[in-house]
Design a protein around this ligand. Structure first.
Ligand code: FAD
Length: 449
């Protein structure tokens, strides 16, 4: 073996993969374009958080950092729905089982834990402020912004949705990719702590203000504030350009929220508006030299809270394929993509569908009737039926399986509501038996690293 093993990008996928590669005995160099977030306040003024669920928790248990992560998370047991003009929000629990909660976690703090764990292996060197410009897969050389070059033996592309490694694989004709942009965008805002330092809303729920075509969501931070995100059609953002327009929009649509944030209009004008897209790629690797993982391979819209969870699940899967056939790296890369690509496509589709569910479904009587029936049937037939959200968030069953099961369940429920003479219990018991849904209680799920 000649030249170093390189990981491009020190996000969740890159840092986790670096830990796994070190466990396989490799010396790893990780290049990250940004400064070290443990020493620099990169996101000054913004405390951006993410929803962590089972697929992300399993790898964190696997690499031994779950206790540190657990100390910085806030469990959320359901959706707190703030309907228009209703002063009492309604909690829709995610499920009835103890593990059916999601966890609010700071992106910065989680990444810091993973960076520390990577360095603690003693085999991972991280270079910050090292932005990869391009990758020469013929010569096995990385070109950095500024002119420096470095050799590599294998490069793992964990460099996010705009991946340079993916561009290099595409330039060899081995990868095709496209980004489907949504005509909706997002903006993050902060709901400050109460005067006593506590939370102004229940921190143990994911708050949603569904408004049909757009919505606001809020996740708590341990410091007492909430990270709040407005998702809306892009023209909505273009139309809100001054204090009066912003205050009138929020006062009209989200009056309870607006009353809690005195500097709302200033924040809105200062904070960036971000685009939302799905990046689908086919051809995730090139020979035994390069492979993609995380958003670099499959970037999705954030409405199922699964991008990071999927990125870490992919890193773990790649590790498992490499560990199975250490003498056949190219084959491991191909088997990893063959297994994972259908699941990446499935979660991309489900994430788009979940936007509609969140912004309008949760207040739609038809949706609520179906959901109530699904939860009731789950109680009666837990071995055969689980709501789609729960299969995605609280299990490690392949996303593609969750998708096809959810489609069969949705049809069964719609048929039953349309024709009350159907024997719903008999129909549900005809659905294939569910696999173990709580891998956190299943030591087998964690035994192969
Ligand atoms: C608004 C929003 C909300 C979200 N909420 C959730 C959520 O609740 N739950 C969830 O699971 N996911 C969520 N996601 C998705 C999640 O953020 C991503 O899917 C996840 O962070 C991907 O991890 P990654 O390591 O693959 O990529 P990234 O986190 O993007 O990491 C890539 C790293 O590579 C570095 N890099 C990029 N280019 C270069 C280069 N040329 N040279 C060197 N380094 C480079 C970057 O600086 C970065 O550190 C959300 C996303 C958005 C936009």
């Amino acid at each position: 073996m000649s030249g170093p093993i390189v990981v491009a990008g020190a996000g969740q996928a890159g840092s986790l993969l670096a830990i796994y590669l070190a466990r396989q005995g490799h010396e790893v160099t990780m290049y990250e374009s940004r400064p070290d977030l443990r020493r620099t306040d990169i996101d000054a003024g913004r405390s951006i958080n993410l929803a962590l669920a089972t697929r992300g928790i399993v790898p964190l248990i696997d690499v031994g950092v779950i206790e540190q992560v657990d100390a910085i998370t806030i469990p959320m047991k359901g959706r707190m729905v703030h309907a228009v003009g209703d002063p009492t929000p309604d909690l829709q629990p995610y499920g009835t089982k103890t593990h059916e909660v999601i966890h609010s976690v700071s992106r910065t703090d989680l990444n810091a834990i993973l960076l520390d764990a990577a360095e603690a292996t003693g085999q991972v060197t991280i270079e910050f402020e090292a932005r990869i410009e391009s990758v020469d897969l013929d010569q096995s050389i990385i070109h950095f912004v500024g002119g420096r070059t470095e050799p590599f033996y294998v490069i793992y592309g964990a460099d996010g949705a705009g991946s340079r490694v993916r561009k290099a694989i595409a330039a060899k004709g081995a990868c095709e990719f496209e980004t489907e942009w949504l005509d909706h965008s997002y903006k993050e805002l902060t709901l400050p702590p109460a005067t006593d330092g506590g939370h102004m809303l229940d921190p143990h729920a994911l708050h949603i203000w569904p408004r049909g075509e757009f919505m606001l969501i809020a996740l708590a931070n341990p410091e007492g504030d909430f990270t709040v995100t407005l998702f809306a059609p892009t023209p909505t953002f273009d139309d809100l350009t001054n204090h009066d327009q912003i205050n009138s929009f929020f006062g009209g649509e989200f009056a309870d929220f607006a009353a809690l944030v005195p500097d709302l209009a200033d924040q809105f004008l200062e904070n960036p508006t971000g685009p939302l897209g799905t990046m689908r790629a086919t051809g995730w690797s090139y020979q035994d030299k390069a492979v993609l993982v995380g958003d670099a391979a499959h970037a999705i819209v954030p409405f199922h809270g699964q991008g990071m969870n999927a990125a870490m699940e992919s890193a773990r899967l790649l590790h498992r394929h490499l560990a199975e056939t250490p003498g056949d790296i190219a084959g491991a890369f191909q088997r990893y993509e063959a297994q994972r690509k259908p699941d990446a496509d499935a979660i991309a589709a489900m994430a788009l569908q979940n936007y509609v569910e969140m912004r309008s479904g949760v207040i739609d009587p038809d949706y609520l009737t179906k959901r109530a029936l699904a939860l009731e049937l789950e109680q009666r037939h837990p071995e055969h039926l689980s709501p789609r959200y729960n299969m995605v968030m609280f299990s490690t069953m392949p996303y593609s399986e969750a998708q096809s099961r959810a489609e069969a369940q949705a049809k069964l429920i719609a048929d039953t509501i349309a024709d009350p003479t159907l024997d719903v219990d008999q129909l549900v018991s005809g659905l294939p038996v569910l696999p173990q849904l709580d891998p956190l209680a299943d030591p087998e799920a964690l035994s192969t690293s």
